[in-house]
Ligand binder design. Structure first.
Ligand SMILES: [Zn+2]
Length: 513
């Protein structure tokens, strides 16, 4: 058995473990009433009057959903077809399908039937405002069925122990399906030795923050970790901003007494992102370790990441909504702190470069970097350039905003929209073709989008615990009408109806496997 086969076998074993976690061994929600989650205290039932069916026990026949009359859009094309989902999987895609005896028939005429969104980068733990329940509720309300987040370790935990603890949280807490990236520092021989264990758990990814002040000191050890990651098929997520440059910029601002958030952009200059990206590219070229660059923000950074001199490298790139819709001017207004993310907002030319990258494929995907805070937390007068709360809530609105501003305005095609919000992430993170495509055999993860539904963005529509959105008041056309996650309707008629604890770990193949 070669190394790839060994990893594949180990991943299959992990899938079986995850499945058993998901069924028998899972702790159930004892204290929490398993009612549909509602926003705003409404107790109204869906107007269809249909209670959400419980997940079928093994002995019962699998439930069927027939999505009828819509236009099925995958990354490689669209076709008018019905979609039959039996149990958790799509069993048939084609015209004129006949519903089974107990099928729920969903009329999708005039609607787009797209793969459920896959967001590989969200923060649903720690000091952020969301947990797996509220975060994945926001996700399914936005047509996203699978969310990638972080298995942060407690002080006394190894990255693998943390991974096991977080995987066990999913069938207790999550509405959507969830996968995890390990995150550990500094790089050590022990971390390198854990790479096969991450792959064996079906969670072959980990994240490195080049922002750390001591990044340079650990560069040599990191190369050993990257070698081990490559051998195990583990993807390394890279936050590309150079810690030494950030530190120097911050020191200068402090020396000059310019520490208010008005100077935020100066505290994280673009050159820090360019330098770290060049470094990450070199590390990738040297090791051959697969990498994913998170939240790229500028034209010159993108050029550095796609340096043609290196040829084809195993690098995927995400940008995030902030860098598609906002420029640095937004940071200077009275509400500037609300728009702070890392890296900072950039110029109008950089915004255009991100759109161009999404169009031409140099940017592989749009990820949220959902990092939820309340307005009060973001506007806290105690904050400064050295102590701040980066990020915004994005899971709820990322797909509607991109559809309205991207597809309807002709900036990207509907197929490319599916690719950058689902398929590309499925392929980069070992989920394809279980996810990221609507075809026979794939999971029944579906967003039914009404392309003509006009609605104004309001943060109160967001199940996230964040109480504001940068898109407040935007008039969008094209919203999710229904979200189906593994054959279960989890969002319809404007409300999340999926149960906390009905989500499952999304088990992934190692990179290239
Ligand atoms: Zn992040």
């Amino acid at each position: 058995m070669n190394r790839r086969d060994a990893i594949r076998t180990a991943a299959a074993a992990a899938a079986a473990v995850a499945a058993s976690i998901a069924t028998g061994a899972a702790p159930v929600l004892a204290a929490t009433d398993p009612q549909p989650l509602r926003r705003g205290g409404s107790s109204a039932q869906p107007s269809s009057g249909q209670p959400v069916p419980a997940r079928p026990a093994a002995a019962q026949p699998a439930t069927e959903i027939l999505v009828r009359g819509g236009r099925v859009v995958n990354a490689d094309g669209g076709v008018f077809a019905d979609v039959r989902i039996v149990g958790e999987r799509i069993t048939e895609v084609g015209p004129g399908l006949t519903a089974g005896p107990d099928a729920r028939v969903v009329d999708a005429a005039g609607h787009l039937v797209m793969p459920g969104g896959i967001d590989p980068h969200a923060h649903l733990q720690g000091s952020f405002a969301d947990d797996l329940t509220t975060g994945t509720s926001a996700a399914v309300a936005g047509g996203i069925t699978t969310v990638g987040t972080f298995a942060y370790a407690e002080d006394d935990e190894s990255p693998v122990e943390a991974m096991d603890r977080w995987l066990a949280e999913v069938p207790r807490m999550a509405v959507g399906d969830v996968f995890f990236h390990a995150s550990s520092w500094p790089p050590t021989p022990e971390l390198a030795a854990m790479m096969p264990s991450l792959a064996a758990r079906g969670q072959p990814s980990h994240k490195i923050f080049m922002t750390r002040g001591d990044f340079g000191t650990h560069r040599r050890a990191l190369i050993d970790v990257l070698d081990a990651a490559r051998d195990a098929g583990v993807v390394t997520l890279m936050h590309c901003e150079d810690g030494a440059i950030l530190n120097a910029a911050l020191t200068r601002l402090r020396d000059e007494g310019r520490t208010s958030l008005a100077y935020y952009a100066e505290s994280r200059p673009e050159v820090a992102e360019i330098a770290a990206t060049q470094d990450a590219v070199a590390l990738c070229a040297h090791t051959g370790a697969p990498m994913h660059f998170v939240h790229l923000s500028s034209a010159r950074t993108l050029d550095a990441a796609r340096d043609p001199a290196f040829g084809a490298l195993p690098i995927t790139i995400e940008t995030r909504p902030l860098y598609l819709y906002f420029t640095e001017e937004w940071l200077r207004g009275p509400d500037g702190p609300l728009y702070i993310g890392q890296p900072p907002l950039r110029s109008a030319a950089d915004v255009e470069a991100m759109w161009q990258g999404l169009r031409d494929g140099r940017v592989d995907m749009l990820a949220t970097d959902h990092a939820p805070w309340t307005r009060a937390q973001k506007m806290d007068p105690e904050l400064n350039v050295g102590r701040l709360r980066p990020g915004v809530s994005d899971l709820r609105f990322v797909r509607p905003v991109l559809f309205s501003e991207g597809v309807r305005r002709g900036r990207i095609s509907a197929e490319r929209y599916v690719e950058v919000t689902s398929t590309a992430a499925a392929k980069a993170f070992g989920l394809y073709p279980d996810r990221g495509v609507i075809r026979e055999g794939s999971f029944g993860d579906v967003m039914i989008l009404d392309p003509d539904l006009a609605h104004v963005v309001d943060a109160t529509d967001d199940p996230s615990n964040s109480d504001y959105t940068p898109f407040q008041g935007w008039a969008l056309t094209g919203w999710p009408a229904m979200t189906i996650r593994r054959g279960e309707v989890v969002y319809e008629e404007g409300r999340v109806v999926g149960r906390a604890g009905s989500g499952r770990p999304a088990v992934r193949s190692p990179w290239g496997g």
